[in-house]
Design a protein around this ligand. Structure first.
Ligand SMILES: Cc1cc2nc3c(=O)[nH]c(=O)nc-3n(C[C@H](O)[C@H](O)[C@H](O)COP(=O)(O)OP(=O)(O)OC[C@H]3O[C@@H](n4cnc5c(N)ncnc54)[C@H](O)[C@@H]3O)c2cc1C
Length: 381
């Protein structure tokens, strides 16, 4: 077991970090309070693509960078230190592209994949609905067969990238017990999107997607009829790991900001970093972050390979996202009243980390997955 990054990984992350600081952060930081407009989102995706961020999971033969998940995770973690919004934008787009690469027909792949991997097109995955979050089976969006096409109707909620996406992967019921995945194209299909205002990660679009009797060709099925739920559930291990990389990046920034402030701020005649109770907070933050990293790196390394990869993804996700919240809350405490103001970045880290315990399996759902793996007993219902 080696706990150090290889020289190759270290250099790659260092060079990516320099690029992010110089090219991504200046653009992304203008949108910390509102969603990236479509042109900015596309510009960011095109900038990140040559580094494999947005296409790293797609094998080289599919036009992507063909990274292993650990390497890709390091890139997302580094990006999230500066812009968790850009990291969210890219990993959701990358997830949609990967589903298309793995499951769509050759015709659909030829039409969309080259532009998805280059960042010219942005994808999203619309699963959740107003009445169905943790329990995906309870979705109501329907796709009714009509000749050689389907008529799709329903409302999707919390769809990341909704306002900027060109390609929507919609999970719909094709029968009472059958779920299928359809590709809808913003240019070809009538897709109504309402951007949702939220607590944090405000540069990263999240929207409600409304489909009213939209006619979609049967060619746009992604994967065989009836494979939608299985493919969606398979994708959750991956998305849990990558939400966790956002948590690592945000938590690292919160710790760095707290350390700097504690060294600069003086009370009772010395820097507050010299007070034991401030050091206790810093020690807790560093310990939480170190534990998160080990869990997330283990989950990334085994993703899709280890027989325990679902368990490890749930452990990593539930721990690292809750830890990021504790770490950013401590960072505010160390800043005193200044930490509560928008003049310092720690309130933003807190709001951003607060967003992460909900998506891709809430902390409670991930604990149920862990509990089931430990006991063999399903306690979901
Ligand atoms: C930042 C962000 C990005 C997202 N991106 C997307 C996206 O791109 N596409 C998409 O489809 N969705 C997306 N979502 C939605 C996300 O997947 C859902 O919010 C999540 O699955 C939880 O569903 P819900 O919000 O409806 O909560 P609910 O499922 O209604 O849960 C409410 C509460 O009940 C708890 N709960 C539910 N069931 C149980 C149980 N059996 N036992 C104990 N407690 C339980 C939950 O833990 C939670 O605390 C995103 C959400 C966020 C916050």
């Amino acid at each position: 077991m080696n706990f150090e990054l290889s020289e190759e990984h270290r250099l790659a992350v260092e060079s990516w970090g320099k690029f992010v600081k110089k090219e991504i952060f200046p653009l992304a930081k203008e949108y910390q309070g509102e969603a990236f407009p479509p042109d900015v989102a596309h510009e960011l995706m095109a900038l990140m693509a040559p580094y494999g961020v947005g296409n790293g999971w797609i094998p080289v033969e599919g036009g992507g960078m063909g990274y292993d998940y650990f390497t890709s995770g390091l890139f997302f973690e580094e990006l999230a230190k500066f812009s968790p919004d850009a990291a969210g934008l890219a990993w959701v787009a990358e997830g949609a592209a990967l589903k298309i690469y793995n499951n769509a027909s050759d015709k659909i792949k030829q039409k969309y994949l080259p532009d998805l991997v280059s960042g010219k097109l942005i994808g999203c995955s619309a699963i959740s609905e107003p009445g169905a979050g943790s329990s995906v089976r309870e979705i109501r969006t329907k796709a009714i067969k009509d000749g050689n096409s389907y008529r799709v109707s329903g409302t999707k909620m919390w769809t990341s990238n909704a306002s900027v996406a060109d390609v929507f992967l919609i999970l719909a019921k094709t029968d009472e017990r059958q779920f299928s995945l359809f590709l809808l194209d913003r240019k070809e299909h009538k897709i109504d999107v309402r951007e949702i205002k939220k607590l944090g990660l405000n540069g990263w679009s999240m929207g409600e997607v409304h489909l009213d009797d939209v006619r979609v060709s049967a060619d746009n099925l992604v994967g065989p009829l009836g494979s939608g739920l299985r493919e969606t559930m398979k994708g959750f291990d991956r998305s849990r790991c990558f939400v966790s990389t956002l948590a690592l990046g945000i938590a690292q920034s919160a710790l760095d900001d707290a350390l700097k402030y504690a060294a600069d701020r003086e009370q009772f005649g010395k820097p507050i970093a010299g007070h034991q109770l401030i050091q206790s907070l810093l020690a807790d933050m560093a310990t939480d972050l170190a534990a998160s990293k080990l869990l997330v790196y283990r989950a990334l390394t085994g993703l899709g390979i280890s027989p325990d990869c679902s368990l490890h993804a749930s452990i990593a996700k539930s721990f690292s996202t809750e830890a990021a919240l504790r770490i950013s809350s401590h960072a505010i405490q160390i800043h005193g009243a200044f930490g509560l103001t928008t003049e310092f970045p720690v309130e933003r880290h807190f709001r951003n980390s607060r967003m992460l315990t909900i998506p891709d399996g809430t902390t409670q759902i991930n604990k149920l997955i862990i509990g089931k793996a430990l006991t063999g007993i399903d306690a979901f219902v």
